[in-house]
Design a protein around this ligand. Structure first.
Ligand SMILES: Nc1ncnc2c1ncn2[C@@H]1O[C@H](COP(=O)(O)OP(=O)(O)OP(=O)(O)O)[C@@H](O)[C@H]1O
Ligand SMILES: [Mg+2]
Length: 411
């Protein structure tokens, strides 16, 4: 019998599962853990690549090399196919994703003692709003699986996989999976009859926790690095505002590595000379030169999670300058995140409309994904479905479990 692995290749975290008897078995993709941060670090001195927590640790330890996270967000864009020098080798991002998936495959084979060349992979309902880009993203992901050595590759919408795992007693009503991850928010309305899951409608938007990080970063940290600051004109009197794009990229997980070029170093040093208020731009030049963009994103993400869990938290930037911290007030959190949580609740409403159902038809909301742990997200969904019961699944592994279950059913 062919063994088919379910892989939830996430923007932030990846998990994999395979059926063992009639239950999904989550692969220990890291020592003692069933999730693997979707991170890669190419170590320049050692000329090797490390993955997951080891990649995050290499970045935090300040090892020389290239760190990458949230590559799923780049799928479907021309950047995936450009061959470039990353640390010690020339590779495409498809090959980088393939290296990561090879690691997942090997760890699954080690854990099970099986040879696995068949995969049912999750995918968001929409990688991108643009249909061409959306279609290309799946082609890119397929190509990465092929390069990783999989020969039988199929895809399933992530929230449809999660719906398999729901044990809610729907009692004739419908369930709604709300999967809010790092890169996308995905929705599936389903019903259960005689243990079978039937999908009624699925929908998705490209909004997730990495967008929360980006918005908080732009609102609180980037102004300390010169965002919206004024530069003297070089050729004539007067001033102009520093270009926004640099700050926007520096606050975007997947774009950070592409800023570490001699050219960006050159013009950020120039900005530090031309700035009316120099200290922020001097910080910017240092952040670029010392490659601290990901450290900032990690600090913002940690601040976001801490603030969600308590009424006060700050973003700790002391690795840039001693005592540099940004308090995260409730009002900053709400003004920054509300436009994004509104997109999420609008998408939940759109899913109801696609199924031609009203909010009262949904008996249970099934929360999946790390960002479904954000209070602002549950508040936004509760406003759409005030009467539905709430089911909390394993936020980080329900999709992988459901993929393994579905992989076994479709044989
Ligand atoms: N305790 C928490 N509170 C709030 N947010 C959290 C918490 N833990 C993780 N997150 C956020 O959840 C996101 C990751 O969730 P998850 O692992 O479900 O995403 P993913 O599956 O990798 O992404 P996607 O499905 O969108 O491709 C990150 O943005 C992270 O900051
Ligand atoms: Mg996910």
């Amino acid at each position: 019998m062919k063994h088919r692995l379910g892989i939830d290749f996430g923007t932030s975290n990846t998990a994999a599962a395979i059926m063992a008897g009639d239950k999904p078995y989550l692969i220990p993709v890291e020592e003692g853990k069933t999730t693997l941060p979707t991170s890669v670090f190419f170590d320049t001195h050692r000329a090797n690549a490390v993955y997951g927590s080891a990649a995050n640790a290499a970045l935090i330890d300040g090892r020389e090399g290239r760190f990458m996270r949230a590559l799923k967000s780049v799928l479907g864009t021309p950047l995936m196919h450009e061959r470039r020098l990353i640390s010690y080798q020339r590779v495409t991002l498809i090959e980088v994703v393939a290296l990561f998936l090879t690691t997942v495959k090997q760890r699954a084979e080690q854990a099970t003692g099986l040879t696995i060349d068949s995969v049912l992979s999750g995918r968001p309902v929409r990688f991108h709003p643009d249909p061409d880009r959306n279609a290309r993203a799946e082609v890119d992901l397929r190509s990465a699986y092929e390069t990783a050595g999989f020969t039988d590759i199929s895809f399933m919408y992530e929230p449809e996989a999660a719906a398999q795992t729901s044990t809610a007693n729907l009692d004739g009503n419908y369930g709604l999976v709300v999967d809010i991850g790092g890169g996308t928010s995905d929705f599936t309305i389903f019903e259960k009859s005689s243990g079978q899951t039937r999908v009624i409608a699925s929908h998705g938007v490209r909004v997730g926790g990495t967008n929360f990080d980006r918005a908080l970063n732009l609102a609180t940290v980037m102004p300390l690095l010169g965002y919206h600051g004024e530069l003297k004109n070089e050729m004539c009197p007067g001033t102009h505002t520093a270009p926004n794009a640099l700050f926007q990229d520096l606050a975007t997980w997947e774009k950070i590595p592409f800023l570490y070029t001699p050219e960006t170093q050159r013009f950020t040093k120039r900005y530090a000379k031309l700035a009316l208020d120099k200290p922020p731009f001097e910080r910017l030049a240092e952040v670029i030169e010392m490659e601290m963009g990901h450290d900032i994103s990690f600090a913002v993400e940690a601040g976001k999670i801490a603030r969600n869990a308590s009424d006060s938290a700050e973003i700790d930037l002391s690795f840039i300058e001693p005592n540099l911290v940004v308090p995260l007030s409730g009002s900053i959190l709400s003004t920054t995140l509300t436009p994004l949580t509104t997109q999420i609740s609008d998408a939940a409403r759109a899913t109801l409309a696609m199924a031609d159902l009203s909010s009262d038809d949904i008996g249970t909301v099934v929360y999946v994904g790390g960002s479904s742990l954000m209070r602002s997200v549950t508040e936004a969904i509760t406003a759409v479905l005030p009467n539905a019961a709430q089911e909390r699944t394993a936020a980080f592994t329900a999709v992988a479990d459901g993929l393994a279950m579905a992989a076994a059913q479709s044989r």
